[in-house]
Ligand binder design. Sequence first.
Ligand SMILES: [Zn+2]
Ligand SMILES: [Zn+2]
Length: 313
Amino acid sequence: MKADSHGEATAINPVAATLDLLGDRLSLALLGHAFVSGTTRFNQWLDLTGAPPSVLTGRLHALVDAGVLRRSPRLGASDRHEYLLTDLGNDTWQILVGIWGWQREWTPEGAWQPDLVHTTCGHRGPAAVMCQDCGATVASNDTDIEMDARTVWTVTSGARRRSTRGPALDAPQADMQFNAVMEALGDRWSGAITGLALSGARRFGEFRSALDISPTTLTDRLTRLCDAEILTRPAGAHREYRLTPRGRALFGVFVFLIRWSIRAYPDAPSPLRIIHRACGSLLTPVLRCRGCDEPVDRTTARVESVAARPTSP
Ligand SMILES: [Zn+2]
Ligand SMILES: [Zn+2]
């Protein structure tokens, strides 16, 4: 797997590396178009996203380096290569489905999100999370999240991450669909703070001791997460932050990000374990159809874009 930005053989933090790679609206948009429209070519993504070509090239290379896409020669006038999803790339489907489902339920732009359709029963709409081992539906308060706080967020390369307040310069109109989730994922500190909150952290001091972060930056990110209505400050509690229902629902995105990080970085110890309390097993999350309660995967479901979305020429 990819070395860090300095090329040193330092330990990769799988969760931080995953947030660095996928906590990026353009990378998510590229994968989203691949899943929804079967996009494989540079010029198609260029038209769909309107991203500057150099930025698009950078993201495609990062996804190839991470083993998410593979480049394949192509006989064609406009594109000499196409970029195909690898098995690891196909495994990001649950993450995208989780993000679209969350935005559909919890954001004003919900109606513009691609819709999950369970083809075997016809149900349309966001999926639930289920434990593969015992078959129960799982929410954040059904789990214990064990985090190795000392190693979690200190070794990330993360140099590429930038502030995401407001639309980023490389976020053209077509990719505004990831605006809301970027408040929680689009910056490794925000991602780490949301993850810590999901694991039960509430007090400023708890976040501070778990993260290698300055108090000023921590205050800034906590304020942003409150502005984004992912966290809230209970009245009367000093420097305490709790997840809103909207923030808690991000569990359906984080579980698949964490599962994917373990798959993507098999040689790096995962700093994070999610235990399903009822059955005691390490949670292997699966999407579950809310219509028929059966598991949903790419072979039994499709993702439909709304008609108003731009289409490939
Ligand atoms: Zn279970
Ligand atoms: Zn169904």
